[in-house]
Design a protein around this ligand. Structure first.
Ligand SMILES: [Zn+2]
Length: 80
């Protein structure tokens, strides 16, 4: 038995998969896993405790915004 308690939360929203058995981060998780995308699941083996677990890839989408170029200057009403 491992003395380290890994909660479900410790295994979510990480930049790298975290082993649910020992908490080790698997930074090389994509080695041998080409073409993985959002929602994909695969089995992997922890390099630390050598137990197997399932990795689910969750891709987070972020957005950038900027003003339209045509609106950079104040609109003029053509009144003279
Ligand atoms: Zn492990």
């Amino acid at each position: 038995m491992s003395d380290k308690e890994i909660s479900d939360l410790d295994c979510c929203y990480n930049s790298f998969p975290v082993c649910p058995h020992c908490g080790e981060e698997q930074e090389d998780c994509l080695d041998g896993q080409p073409d993985r995308g959002d929602g994909d699941e695969w089995e992997t083996e922890c390099c630390e405790c050598e137990k197997r677990y399932t990795v689910e890839m969750c891709v987070v989408v972020t957005y950038d915004t900027r003003k339209l170029e045509s609106e950079e200057s104040e609109p003029v009403d053509g009144r003279e």
